[in-house]
Design a protein around this ligand. Structure first.
Ligand code: ATP
Ligand code: MG
Length: 219
């Protein structure tokens, strides 16, 4: 890896583990391209492309989007940024996707956020939002002044459909069945770096020093 200041990374973790938050801090601190599969799918859906139409159906059923659709979309994007550092967020999510990625583009490190399911459930299932402004409350950690209503407008708070307990259970179930096996895949390759904890603010400094050390060895 002589004289290359390049880091190809994946971030993994169950839904609600803080991947989005930690990804935004990583790309800020290390100047990497952030490729979020969820964001890319939402963009495709907005444009109504073939991938977008396929994605919309799967997502509305609470399922994963087909591997072929995902591989094609992400690998095309990765080709565009050959030779640059990147952080993949939300991809790969199945062993088939990981195999397709390995063939196309090896990665240097896989960061796994090992946040307990109990913490995730408490975080997501108690989350209420004010639809108009996007203000987010938590019934225990950040409750509104008056139960069930927004502090600023007094309008009712809603719970997002995918934050309801049955949806959260379904998402965690899919994660466990289809995505968790990937950890073993990357552990065997010696690429897995695991970070356990319940709070992003506490987990991130460890992730940062791990990546900083790798950056200097590939530099
Ligand atoms: P998280 O909380 O981890 O971000 P999410 O459910 O919000 O989880 P996104 O990454 O925002 O997930 O993606 C939204 C949806 O798009 C997923 O629920 C899934 O249906 C689909 N999706 C995203 N990435 C993939 C992928 N790599 N393979 C299959 N489907 C995917
Ligand atoms: Mg998301």
């Amino acid at each position: 890896m002589a004289s290359r200041n390049l880091l190809r990374a994946i971030i993994m973790g169950p839904p609600g583990s803080g991947k989005g938050t930690i990804s935004s801090w990583i790309v800020r601190d290390f100047q990497m391209s952030h490729l979020s599969s969820g964001d890319m799918l939402r963009a495709q859906m907005g444009k109504g492309t073939g991938a977008g139409v396929a994605a919309k159906e799967a997502i509305s059923r609470g399922e994963l989007v087909a591997d072929d659709v995902m591989n094609e979309m992400i690998l095309a994007e990765l080709e565009e940024i050959t030779g640059k550092s990147f952080l993949l967020d939300g991809y790969p999510r199945t062993v088939h996707q990981a195999e397709a990625l390995s063939k196309a583009q090896p990665v240097d490190v896989v960061v796994n956020l090992a946040v307990p399911f109990k913490t995730i459930r408490e975080r997501i299932e108690n989350r209420w939002v004010h639809q108009g402004s996007g203000r987010v409350y938590h019934t225990v950690f950040n409750p509104p002044k008056n139960p069930g209503v927004d502090d600023e407008t007094g309008e009712p708070l809603i719970q997002r459909e995918d934050d309801k307990p049955h949806s959260v259970s379904a998402r965690l179930d899919i994660y466990q069945k289809q995505t968790e096996p990937l950890l073993e895949f990357y552990r065997k390759e010696g690429k897995l770096a695991e970070f356990a904890g319940t709070e992003s603010k506490v987990i991130y400094p460890e992730v940062k020093s791990h990546l900083a050390a790798l950056f200097s060895t590939v530099a």
